[in-house]
Design a protein around this ligand. Structure first.
Ligand code: GN1
Ligand code: MG
Length: 362
């Protein structure tokens, strides 16, 4: 999305001052994000919503406003800093929650959170603990959220069984003619098919509860205060939906406790760092507070495996479909990402017992 476009849509929002510059920002794989500076020096974020991924921006933004207002109320009650403890979205001058430009692109704006950083890796001591605590706390803050009022912005988002089916469909369709090139990776993914249902069946049988969860708990979806190193707030709220605590836990670990990166070309870098696992688990459990059940606790280690497997399936599916979902920088990007997740899940599988011991020790 061109930068001039981001700048031009700002005048539609209720910000009372002219926007003078917009620059691309962040490393998200879905939406296009820009930092906007106003004439008076104030900073905002303008974001182009990816409507291929989020088919109904109206419902999406209803969720986002609902959740941010709810967290703001919860912060007020606890006497905490409302201005930084949640994102603040700005309505359009017409009072709408987003703006559709003449080309049909959907846009939203929120206040930039100053002096805080979203990290792509656990590069500072204590960072992971803070991030984990903030994600855990976010779930706690939404503990009483009326889940039935939330739209399912992406149906079956963390339904790993449905993700497996989509993967098989993509292999069968072979839309981009790539299946033969990656037949070995496909075979590896198939070997684990029976593991896809671990979380879905626990939810279906009522063994674990449905909660309002974030569902995209990458380390770079939480802001950390530059001065204090404390967690500030959770961002990227598009997938806040009814789900399982295990989704947020497993997805965080697969990203933040991977010794390598999500698109590492050197697979020998890719393994689960148990020290980071411990730091994250510690922060997350403290952030959640009393709420976690024994059955959920039991499944924490295996959730890391399932969420990693799920993302391997998703990257592979997108590779086979011709890179229509995730932003890619080169044609093999999604297959490199797939291989990282495969390598990581195989390492995780070997470390399930060690993870269990760590959880028990906390
Ligand atoms: C996407 O938007 P972003 O980059 O935070 C994706 C997540 C994946 C992640 C993998 C809505 O997250 O589910 O885990 O990429 N978000 C959506 O990096 O699909
Ligand atoms: Mg993001």
């Amino acid at each position: 999305m061109p930068t001039e476009k981001a700048l031009s849509v700002c005048s539609q929002f209720d910000i009372n001052c002219k926007a003078v510059s917009a620059i691309p920002f962040g490393n998200g794989h879905i939406n296009s994000t820009f930092i906007v500076t106003l004439e008076n020096g104030e900073l905002y974020v303008a974001q182009n919503i990816n409507t291929y991924v989020f088919k109904d921006p109206e419902q999406l933004m209803d969720n986002v406003f609902g959740v941010t207002n709810f967290v703001a109320e919860s912060l007020k009650k606890c006497g905490e800093d409302v201005s930084r403890g949640t994102l603040h979205f700005i309505k359009t001058k017409e009072g709408k929650k987003f703006y559709v430009d003449p080309d049909g692109n959907a846009w939203r704006m929120y206040r930039y959170v100053d002096k805080a950083t979203a990290y792509d890796s656990a590069e500072k001591e204590g960072l992971l603990f803070e991030a984990a605590y903030t994600f855990g706390k976010f779930q706690r803050q939404l503990g009483d959220y009326p889940a039935e009022t939330l739209y399912e912005t992406i149906p079956d988002f963390h339904n790993t069984v449905a993700r497996y089916k989509a993967f098989e469909d993509a292999v069968a369709l072979d839309a981009a003619g790539r299946a033969e090139l990656v037949s070995e990776d496909i075979a590896v993914l198939r070997k684990y098919a029976d593991r896809a249902s671990v979380i879905t069946s626990a939810l279906d049988s009522g063994t674990i509860p449905i909660r309002v969860t974030h569902n995209d708990t990458k380390l770079n979806n939480v802001l950390i205060d530059d001065a204090s190193g404390k967690g500030v707030c959770v961002i990227d709220l598009d997938t806040v939906m009814p789900g399982s605590l295990l989704y947020d836990f497993g997805d965080s670990i697969r990203f933040a406790a991977n010794n390598g990166t999500e698109d590492d070309k050197d697979l020998s870098n890719v393994w689960l760092n148990l020290d980071l696992f411990k730091e994250f688990a510690d922060g997350f459990l403290l952030g959640i507070g009393e709420a976690i059940t024994e059955a959920e606790k039991e499944l924490l280690p295996v959730s890391v495996f399932v969420l990693t497997y799920e993302l391997a399936l998703r990257f592979m599916t997108d590779y086979l479909n011709g890179d229509v979902y995730f932003k890619t920088k080169y044609p093999e990007h999604n297959i490199f990402r797939t291989r990282v997740q495969i390598r990581l899940m195989q390492d995780i599988d070997k470390k399930l017992d060690e993870m269990k011991h760590i959880i028990d020790s906390l």
